[in-house]
Design a protein around this ligand. Structure first.
Ligand SMILES: Nc1ncnc2c1ncn2[C@@H]1O[C@H](COP(=O)(O)OP(=O)(O)OP(=O)(O)O)[C@@H](O)[C@H]1O
Length: 253
């Protein structure tokens, strides 16, 4: 199966210093990839450069596309969650359909079905007429995820998508991502919650100081050594019937 994202030697410099340093990986349909690493590791920069939103060296298959072709290939959920104007939830989610609509066309039955499905997936059925700016922070985050889902792109790229969500919404969101992958799409999401990353991602990329230092199944990459070296954590990963269970025990100083 052909890759949905191919990154080769992607490098982003701030001055002389590389904040993303020769990152190379591909993402195939069916993968739910967690991009993990401590603060400042380069996760946001890597995702933005992969989308072609900032200047870089090396190659990203997405950065090479026109804006419209890229929006059909990948939905982007940035870390900033600001909804700047008091638009209704349904209209905001409808914006996710723009890459599919010829200029000046109104959404048709296929678009309305995609919008309704995205709202339902994020538990927002019944919120259609609410003003997005009058929702709670977590509800607004779910609306923005629904907009990205309505885009129905083969790849979803999300920067800390579950930050600020309550525990049930965090789990529901990652279950949704994992289901998208099972349906043959793919997701790459930066995450700080290693327990949820281990549980719901089929693959983890660990970033440290701009480099991808591990790439593989959660149970293979979340080693005691990597957790201590990269995250300064003493922790255990238990294999359970529900998948790998990550348990932090303390800080390594
Ligand atoms: N506009 C900027 N100018 C200079 N340096 C920057 C800028 N934006 C980010 N950096 C630096 O680039 C490095 C990577 O930042 P980035 O935001 O990609 O990390 P991150 O892994 O997403 O971190 P976090 O988990 O804290 O969100 C950091 O050292 C950061 O200080």
């Amino acid at each position: 199966m052909s890759a949905l994202l191919e990154i080769r030697d992607l490098t982003v410099r701030r001055g002389e210093c590389p904040v993303v340093d020769h990152a190379t990986f591909t993402i195939a349909p069916g993968e739910c990839v967690g991009l993990i690493g401590p603060n400042g590791a380069g996760k946001t920069t890597l995702l933005r450069a992969a989308l072609g939103l900032m200047s870089h060296e090396g190659r990203s298959s997405l950065a090479a596309l026109s804006a419209r072709a890229r929006a059909r290939q990948a939905a982007w959920l940035p870390q900033a969650r600001e909804i700047a104007w008091p638009v209704e939830v349904e209209r905001l989610v409808t914006l996710g359909r723009l890459p599919h609509l010829p200029w000046g066309h109104r959404p048709g039955a296929v678009d309305r079905a995609a919008i309704a499905a995205a709202l339902a997936r994020m538990g927002l059925t019944g919120f259609e007429s609410r003003r997005a700016t009058e929702l709670s922070g977590g509800e607004q985050a779910r609306v923005l995820i629904a907009r990205a889902l309505a885009q129905e792109s083969p790849l979803l790229m999300a920067d800390e998508p579950i930050a600020g969500l309550d525990p049930a919404a965090q789990i529901a969101t990652l279950e949704t991502f994992s289901n998208l992958a099972r349906e043959g799409r793919a997701v790459i999401a930066s995450l700080h919650d290693l327990s949820l990353a281990a549980r719901y991602c089929s693959r983890l990329l660990i970033m440290d100081k701009g480099r991808i230092v591990a790439d593989g199944r959660p149970e293979d990459v979340l080693t005691e050594d990597a957790l201590a070296r990269v995250f300064h954590l003493r922790a255990r990963v238990h294999a359970t019937a529900d998948g790998p269970l990550f348990q932090p025990l303390g800080v390594v100083t």
